[in-house]
Write a protein of this length. Structure first.
Length: 256
């Protein structure tokens, strides 16, 4: 649900309006955190869900306990992913890399201390993940609000809660496209090399077409205060994704 931010941040930078980056970032936080809240029951009810899928009682119990303690990581990623796109749009990747490396070192040290030395097992591993994720977020947020982006970040704004409808539509269309890409990657290895080559070529052309459509407004020389009408983008991305699946299944039927 945060993938639309990459397109919008790129447009803002290309159009010379970095002040919109902070607004887009906050809108993406709202959407991603709301999505995380909707997914939270899957973490809290992981044990009964796994038992319904006929997993053993032992596996369901351990996995469910781990998932419950990992719930804070769900919200941490919802905060972190939009910040990644915010930094990437401004080519500040080295600063983020340094922060991530420090967080990784802290994560390894905490894992050794809590899991290996103190022996807290699965719950300890989950808690270390929670702490590491939120340490990473705290460091990146401090870098964000510390004055490194005077043009792109002017503080929290009420604009983050306006025009969320268009932002959600673009996010959903991007999420659907990514879901179909992931689905294709999962299934392509189950078929012959010939089919994979044909479909992979088709997929590349479809992705290029989608990229042109999503970024076309950046070439117009300006960027409006709010996201433009995404109806054409929605139609293009969804229809392209559906056609990908249909063509792939057709080729598989012919081969077999």
């Amino acid at each position: 649900m945060g993938s639309a931010l990459e397109t919008l941040c790129g447009q803002a930078v290309g159009a010379g309006q970095p002040r919109m980056l902070g607004v887009y970032l906050q809108r993406s936080w709202v959407i991603c955190l709301a999505t995380s809240l909707a997914l939270l029951p899957l973490y809290l009810l992981a044990s009964p869900a796994l038992r319904l899928l006929r997993q053993s009682a032992a596996i369901s119990s351990v996995a469910g306990r781990y998932a419950r303690w990992c719930a804070p990581q769900l919200f941490a990623y919802a905060v972190n992913f939009p910040m990644q796109k915010f930094y990437q749009a401004q080519s500040r990747v080295w600063a983020v890399t340094a922060i991530s490396a420090a967080a990784l070192a802290a994560h390894a040290l905490l894992n050794w201390l809590v899991v290996a030395r103190l022996g807290h097992g699965v719950v300890g591993a989950a808690l270390v993940g929670d702490v590491s994720w939120w340490l990473l977020n705290a460091a990146q947020l401090a870098y964000l609000v510390g004055g490194s982006y005077p043009e792109a970040w002017s503080g929290f704004s009420r604009k983050a809660f306006t025009s969320l409808g268009g932002f959600v539509k673009l996010s959903l269309s991007s999420a659907v496209m990514l879901w179909f890409v992931a689905l294709y990657m999962q299934f392509k290895f189950h078929f012959t090399v010939k089919i994979s080559k044909i479909f992979f070529s088709w997929m590349n052309w479809c992705l290029k077409l989608g990229d042109v459509v999503l970024h076309s407004s950046a070439d117009s020389g300006g960027l409006p205060e709010e996201p433009r009408d995404s109806s054409w983008c929605d139609f293009n991305m969804v229809s392209t994704s559906i056609s990908n699946v249909l063509i792939f299944l057709y080729l598989a039927t012919i081969e077999h």
